[in-house]
Design a protein around this ligand. Structure first.
Ligand SMILES: Cc1ncc(COP(=O)(O)O)c(C=O)c1O
Length: 490
């Protein structure tokens, strides 16, 4: 695949590592805690191997990804992250409008979340006893349930969004005794096989089939199609993102309420995937609050981690819980070794506290409105801007061929669908030091998910950089340059 096509998915000295081993007296016997072994000092290691990031990654992990980053000029050596900024090793500051794909709502390296994690480590908590429980999981479940509708009565913790979705699929099937799952076209729910089976993006599916049986998709926003799918009364759950992450598609008025009503009518569980939209991203703690929804299942992950420790969860109704965990024999019907672990729970508790104390949800609503105002003004200036949309700080700008017609646009689309958005993302980064992403495969859509700590001044800078970049993006020289680079990288 051409590098230009791959870039659309970035939505995103060779000395060996030596662990110095101090030589102690042989008779002392080995003990990891006796001081016989030199501690692994990450700071020293990072200094000793500084600058090898890309070579090491290419050698041991994924050389193709490194090739893509180098081709588009994203191969910076990163030195530090703080709040809404990244700093490279030359001391340049970059505004992070990508936000780790939405995991940094509370900002990068948030000091209060870090302090909670350090404290947890220092407490030597007795987590993950496995045949026993500790305090923190119960506390985080209590906090999550306090913040969600009364129908949601139980939490099953996971370590990622995809795992939370898998849990929704499995538990939904068991609780209803039905096997079918309906989701929406253009949806994204993660890259594990169950989540992929629900997802609507063929680019993620190709080569990985066959997918799971019993899955089908209906157009997002189409209640008639949903009713046809549910009418057979054999659908376990309808899984939907309140705002679709790929493309940042907002639901038409009345759609989600109507979908919930259809689910209730036909005995299908209404499952809302808040992995990306949750924890203030859209200007409410959960996006479903905008429409007063009362889901049976809610998946969460990403920013609950505070950007530090992976954590996800499935919030479920009492009815779902009772339908699955219905006997002593079934008391551990689903779970995984690391979920829930105390560090993840501490990250979750500290993140919820931070969202409250720093008013980040309200901030997301306010600054999201400002971002729309600033960037909608660009639609008047640039014919190529077709639409600007968003909810809170989940934002997108869609491009399209100018109504007056454009040869450059058509050439770009022929080279690769959605290429214009990449012509915006690349100079935003290289020239203006702003990290952003294309909203999905082949989509001419630029997307922003900045940390919610972003300032109004940051957004003004973003809008002004965007103005500059859009004005230049369609120029024939730039199109030709990109074509050349893409060809070289094939
Ligand atoms: C709506 C949604 N669901 C599920 C996932 C999968 O989450 P994870 O990447 O943590 O597995 C994502 C990830 O982007 C997502 O946006």
């Amino acid at each position: 695949m051409a590098t230009a096509a791959v870039a659309a998915r970035i939505t995103g000295s060779s000395a060996c590592l030596t662990f110095r081993k101090e030589r102690g007296p042989r008779s002392a016997g080995p003990s990891l805690f006796s001081g016989r072994y030199a501690p692994l000092v990450i700071r020293e290691l990072s200094e000793a191997r500084a600058g090898e990031d890309y070579d090491l990654y290419a050698r041991g992990i994924n050389p193709q990804f490194i090739r893509v980053l180098k081709t588009i000029g994203f191969d910076r050596v990163w030195a530090r992250g703080e709040g809404q900024y990244l700093y490279d090793s030359d001391g340049n500051r970059f505004l992070d409008m990508l936000g780790g794909f939405g995991m940094f709502n509370a900002g990068r390296n948030n000091p209060r979340i870090r302090a909670a994690l350090v404290e947890t480590l220092e407490l030597d908590t007795p987590g993950s006893v496995q045949l026993g429980v500790s305090l923190l999981p119960g506390l985080l479940a209590e906090e999550l349930l306090k913040r969600t509708p009364a129908r949601l009565a139980r939490v099953l913790f996971t370590s990622s969004g995809a795992e939370a979705v898998e849990a929704a699929l499995k538990l939904g099937r068991a609780a209803t005794g039905r096997s079918r799952v309906v989701s929406t076209e253009q949806s994204f729910h993660g890259l594990t096989l169950g989540a992929l089976s629900a997802g609507g993006d063929r680019h993620f599916v190709e080569r990985f089939g066959p997918l799971l049986p019993g899955f089908s998709r209906v157009p997002f926003g189409d209640l008639d199609a949903l009713e046809v799918a549910l009418r057979t009364e054999d659908v376990a759950l309808f899984l939907v993102e309140p705002v679709q992450g790929k493309g940042v598609n907002l639901p038409p008025s009345g759609y989600l309420e109507g979908a919930q009503e259809l689910c209730r009518r036909y005995g299908t569980l209404f499952a809302v995937d808040e992995v990306q939209t949750g924890f203030g991203r859209t200007g409410k703690l959960f996006a479903f609050e905008y429409w007063g929804l009362d889901p049976d299942l809610v998946t969460v992950a990403k920013s609950l981690s505070g950007g530090y420790v992976p954590v996800g969860g499935l919030l479920m109704s009492q009815q779902v819980y009772d339908g699955v965990f219905d006997s002593l024999e079934h008391s551990v019907s689903h779970g995984s070794t690391f979920a829930p672990n105390d560090l993840a729970m501490a990250a979750g508790l500290a993140t919820l506290r931070e969202l409250d104390d720093a008013d980040l949800v309200e901030r997301s609503a306010r600054l999201g409105a400002r971002l729309l105002e600033l960037t909608r003004a660009l639609a008047d200036e640039h014919e190529v801007v077709r639409e600007v949309r968003g909810l809170g700080l989940m934002w997108a700008m869609e491009f399209g061929e100018p109504e007056s017609g454009s040869v450059a646009w058509r050439l770009m689309e022929r080279m690769q669908a959605g290429l214009f958005a990449q012509l915006v993302v690349v100079p935003l980064f290289t020239k203006h030091h702003i990290l952003s992403q294309v909203a999905g495969h082949d989509l001419p859509v630029l997307k922003g998910l900045p940390p919610l700590v972003v300032t109004e001044q940051d957004l003004e800078e973003f809008a002004s950089a965007l103005d500059d970049v859009i004005a230049k993006a369609g120029r024939p020289t730039r199109v030709a340059g990109l074509a050349l680079r893409a060809a070289r990288a094939r």
